[in-house]
Write a protein that binds this ligand. Sequence first.
Ligand code: SAH
Length: 217
Amino acid sequence: METQQKDESPEWEKETRKMVANQLISRGIADQNVLRVMRNTPRHLFVPENLRSEAYNDCPLPIGERQTISQPYIVAIMTELLALKGSEKVLEIGTGSGYQAAILAQLADTCYTIELLPTLADGASSLFKRMGYNNIVAKCDDGYKGWPEHAPFDRIIITAAPPEIPQTLVDQLKPEGIMVVPVGKLYQELIVVTKTKKGIRKESIIAVRFVPMVKPE
Ligand code: SAH
């Protein structure tokens, strides 16, 4: 007798598969590790409960405090640009919902992440604990300072927009290290910064729109 294979995977996995096919692969994201991890990460757990049904839509969503979780495609392209092999120490500025950090933690050795706003920092930290992301180290502080105790980093990703590339963070990058950062005021360019012997090399990738990276008083 022929048996029909039933898809027993949870609803959210069907959503991530659709998201990966329609929003990421179709737009050229090709890093198989990035695609796999985005398929396996329940993004709906990182958005406020009343927005869960929209978690896999092709857009950013509000997460409180006038901040947003980035659009899946932006998370994917920024992660792909970091070219992670698995052994890296990564620093993220702007923890927000914690989704980007959760993706990084599955592709690198350790993800350090800094969030300025206490409510968001606390929310993300308890989520990391509950979901078992043991290689995410999070703190509430001003990301412009970086994290000197753990520097230098192999990779730095900034998920809020500074008006210029922050030199303190360039200083905390290893030689040949890569930083991905949206630079600009209202609208930004996504820039890949590579640290070289002579200084830095910059490559502009696409136009993006992020919330500003705030300088606390
Ligand atoms: N990566 C997040 C999205 C971040 S939105 C996610 O996956 O959900 C940008 C975040 O940067 C906001 O939470 C904002 O509070 C934070 N932020 C802004 N300025 C900052 C600063 N100077 N230091 C640390 N975090 C900052």
